[in-house]
Ligand binder design. Structure first.
Ligand code: A3P
Length: 312
């Protein structure tokens, strides 16, 4: 994804400019009990979304915010683009006019009708709960890659992002943010509810889960497994290209082209365990308790390897 993403940068820029003129308490709105940023989401768009006709060859990435969506999104988009480059006419590939903002829930009401006319394969990202996705995704058996990241690093990343990105309410202190994170005040809802709801789909053959941490441990293996799940057949050399282009360093270096002003906020540390710089003993205890209560015994909870990544 080294070419500039003009539409993506434009959408983000407009949202940031609009947010700069708004008060903190105007930035979010509620839909079906979940908060969303008003500068990028709307009720009308949520309603229009139901008209999306999902396809069995759609490539869908689902993840709670700050789980590494842009990273894994780069891997998926690159896998699809590399495959198309060798199998399709050059002129049909990467047509900029066909570009849509990759997050399903961000756009205008005409987006879904335009998406229905796009050629396969479409790569779609989303932070939505499964119940809030268009029904055709499940009915038409679109494949979903479900991305997970440990809650302590998600909260840490979310805190820094909220303070650097004007479309989200900022926080004066980490302690204030922590309370909001634990009391369901986050845009796109609660982390624990997100995992509990998606856990209902964890055994679905069209859903593959991957964790941020396992991808950090072995990116080459992760890329290979993702390609196999979506039936994208590439040579070792082509896969290696995807692996290299998705390193943190490479993505950060390219970020002005791919993400505009958002890049410098988004590509922050890209590591595991940065939570140790913020969490105090009491917050550790509270998070450990919440994890235990809500998701420790579930399939997704176990995938997170909480004891490895979240114990002080
Ligand atoms: P940090 O804030 O901990 O650095 P999302 O894309 O879902 O908003 O997630 C953002 C997080 O993914 C950020 O975490 C960001 O640095 C990290 N990230 C982005 N690209 C990455 C990469 N290539 N490798 C590892 N982490 C990456």
């Amino acid at each position: 994804m080294e070419k500039p993403r003009k539409k993506f940068i434009d959408v983000v820029h407009k949202a940031m400019v609009a947010a700069n003129t708004m008060d903190r308490d105007e930035l979010l709105f509620s839909y079906k009990g979940i908060l969303y940023p008003l500068t990028v989401c709307s009720l009308e768009v949520f309603k229009a979304m139901e008209s999306l006709e999902a396809r069995s060859d759609d490539v869908i990435l689902a993840g709670y915010p700050k789980s590494g969506t842009n990273w894994v999104g780069q891997i998926l988009s690159d896998l699809v683009a590399t495959f198309e480059k060798k199998t399709q006419d050059e002129e049909n590939v990467n047509d900029e006019d066909l570009e849509e903002f990759p997050y399903l829930e961000v756009g205008d009401t005409g987006k879904y009708e335009r998406m229905n006319k796009l050629p396969s394969r479409r790569v779609i990202f989303t932070h939505l709960l499964p119940d809030n996705l268009p029904r055709s995704i499940f009915k038409n058996k679109a494949k979903i890659l479900l991305l997970l990241r440990n809650p302590k690093d998600v909260a840490t990343s979310f805190y820094h992002f909220s303070n650097g990105m004007s479309v989200l309410p900022s926080y004066e202190t980490w302690d204030d943010f922590f309370i909001a994170f634990m009391t369901e005040k986050m845009p796109w809802g609660s982390y624990f509810n997100y995992l509990s709801e998606w856990n209902k789909y964890a055994d679905d053959e069209n859903v593959m889960t991957i964790t941020y941490e396992e991808l950090k441990e072995n990116r080459a293996l992760g890329v290979k497994n993702i390609a196999a799940f979506f039936g994208i057949s590439l040579t070792e050399e082509e896969l290696q290209g995807v692996v290299e282009r998705s390193s943190f360093q490479s993505m950060k270096e390219n970020s002005l082209k791919t993400h505009g002003a958002l890049g410098s906020v988004l590509f922050r540390k890209g590591g595991v365990s940065d939570w140790k710089s913020l969490f105090n003993e009491d917050q550790n205890e509270k998070m450990d308790k919440a994890f235990e209560e809500h998701i420790a015994g579930t399939k997704l909870g176990m995938k997170l390897k909480y004891d490895v990544y979240c114990k002080a």
